[in-house]
Structure formats: C-alpha cells, structure tokens
Design a protein around this ligand. Structure first.
Ligand SMILES: [Zn+2]
Length: 344
C-alpha cells in the first residue's frame, strides 16, 4: 500500500487513541525533506503524517510560480510514488488554511481529489486543516460544517482549530492571550455542530497555551489539563464515542512530560516543524564551516566541487531530519506501532 487510504487512516487514528500514542505530523517543503520524514518513520516502524503548509506549498512550486496547489500536488505525488517502497503507512495532510485562503489552497486540492476519484484513482490528500480560529466560534463552525460535508463525501478527514495558537508560523501571528486556552464550552459546541455531519471524521486542534516556533523555557505556559477538562465535558454530554481525536500544535520546546500528558488526554497528531527545520539545517552549517575553502572560491581558487554540490550537504540534512523524526516518534510513544502488514 502506498499512502494510507481512508479506511487505513481511520484505523491509524483509532489505534493511536486505543494505545495512547500519537503520530508526528511533519511539515515538508521539498522532496528531500519528505524523504527524510519517510526514513525516520520507517526506521521507527511507525506510521505518520506528512503535511504541507500554504507557505511550504508555494515554496515547493518554485520562485517563478509561487502556486500553492501546484506545489502541494507535486509533493503529494512524489510521496505517493516513493511511499510504496516503505514498510509503513503515511497520510498526507495540509496544514493551517485560514478562511481567506480556502479558495486558493484547500478547495482546489479537494477538487483535485474529486477529479481523481471520478477517474477511479486514490485521493491526493487524506486530510486538510481549516483554521478558522481568527473568526468567531459560530463563523468558524459554519464554514467547518460545510467543508466537513464535502470532505465526508470524498473520504477526507478535516482538522479544525478553536482557540488560537500563539507565536508566528508562515507569517501568521496568533491572537490574544484569552484565546490561548480553549474552554470546555467551546469544545462542546464543536462536538455538537460537527457530529451533526453523519459519518464524517474530524480532528480538533484545541489550544492549551501552545505557541508556534520555539521559545526559551518559561515563556510558554502549557496546560494540558485543558484538554482533559474538554474531553470530560464532551463525554458527559454526548457519551464516550464523542471524545475528540486531538491535534497538538506549537509543541516545539515542550517538556516531554507535557507532551505525554497531552497524548494521555487524546492527542493523536502532533505537528512538528520548527524542530525538524533546525535538525535539517544544523549539519549543513557544520558542513559549510568545516569546508569553508571548498564551498567558496576564495581569492581566485576554484573551490571543491564535491563540497559545494548541493547533494553533499542536503543528504546530511535529510539524515539529521530523519533522526529528529525518530526522536519525535519515541517522545510520542509510537515506536513499532505501524499497522503495515497487520491486515485490513
Ligand atoms: Zn499549527
């Protein structure tokens, strides 16, 4: 099986809920970073999620095009091809897409999947995120319900966000401090509105003090107990089956106990971007510093072709990123949890 199909993706999520682990969802922007994620997951015998942000998609399409759907489709098609050769499942997801960006990012990608399905081909992406956290809860959920209906028809899972993740990601700045913690009332409303879409599956990014990017210790006050309170409220109101499959955004630099506490409360997907960006770049810096006179043509010299060939340092980045993915899988208790080969 190449990329997970809908049934397998649902099984992956159920498996994580049951066994109390979570999947790393790593942002990628190129073939090399996608390959690094696949390596890290396969080495950990863990399934996982590869995701593309709006900025990452524009980047992947090249400086001349800066076309988000084309960039995202290119990465997804690459992953569909190479993932077939790995002994794990991977799901493809798109990250934060605000309401004003839907028509230029997520909707064209859903349309692409609709065309593929009509031609008897597999879906392009398994899930998409709609981030309506900058809207009122009602506006956010009005849009989410419509999108979820369309996703359900196409066997796509929708991720929604209530509350605001602080910090900056792709130039999107988080909002005021009061929205950094999602209330149980908000979570009840999400469940009430989205469970009305029969047969649909969704993921919820509830915020508990998360901040995008990485900050020195003490800057972020994570309160995973917020998630526990929300889950308890929703279970009390609508039953155990209403418990959310949660997403952890902005977790870079979090303490391991906080990560695991969040997983205990139903986090099944943890987004990782900043930490893998650093992991990719770190050995490249080392390469440049150690081979300074080879990567540059200094004072009329010719440099060293082997040292400035981008492959020589990109593969170091790929290997280091794969190691960081392995660490994420370990942190999230996912080592050896792949469903690959376990039947359908
Ligand atoms: Zn995020």
């Amino acid at each position: 099986m190449p990329v997970a199909d809908y049934k397998t993706y649902c099984r992956m999520i159920d498996h994580a809920i049951e066994k109390k682990f979570a999947y790393p969802a790593i942002n990628v922007t190129s073939l090399t970073t996608a390959n690094g994620v696949l390596k890290g997951l396969a080495d950990s015998r863990s399934d996982g999620i590869i995701q593309v942000s709006t900025g990452g998609a524009a980047f992947a399409s090249g400086l001349s095009l800066k076309d988000m759907p084309i960039g995202a489709i290119s990465i997804a098609e690459h992953v569909h091809r190479v993932a077939e050769r790995y002994p794990i499942y991977v799901a493809l997801h798109t990250d934060h897409c605000q309401a004003k960006m839907l028509n230029s990012y997520v909707i064209p990608l859903i349309e692409e999947t609709e065309r593929r399905r009509a031609a008897g081909k597999p879906n392009l992406f398994n899930s998409h995120m709609f981030d309506g956290s900058d809207l009122s809860l009602k506006e956010n959920l009005d849009i989410a319900v419509k999108l979820l209906e369309r996703c359900q028809k196409n066997e796509i899972i929708l991720e929604v966000e209530v509350g605001v993740v602080g910090g900056v990601e792709d130039g999107v700045k988080g909002g005021g401090a009061e929205k950094l913690y999602t209330t149980p009332e908000d979570m009840l409303e999400v469940s009430r509105r989205l469970s009305a879409v029969k047969g649909a599956r969704y993921l919820l990014a509830a915020t508990f003090g998360n901040v995008h990017g990485v900050y020195k210790p003490g800057h972020v006050k994570l309160k995973p107990s917020i998630l526990k309170e929300g889950q308890t409220a929703v279970e009390k109101a609508f039953g155990k089956s209403a418990r959310f499959a949660l997403v952890f955004h902005g977790g870079s630099g979090s303490a391991l106990e906080e990560i695991r506490e969040a997983v205990d409360y139903g986090v099944v997907k943890m987004n990782i971007d900043t930490d893998t960006q650093y992991a990719f770049t770190r050995p490249i810096v080392d390469h440049m510093m150690k081979n300074y006179s080879g990567v540059l043509k200094i004072e009329g010299d010719v440099g060293d072709k082997e040292k400035y060939d981008p492959r020589s340092y990109m593969k170091l980045g790929e290997a280091s990123l794969a190691e960081r993915v392995k660490q994420a899988v370990t942190d999230l208790r996912g080592v050896g949890t792949t469903l690959f080969g376990s039947g359908s």
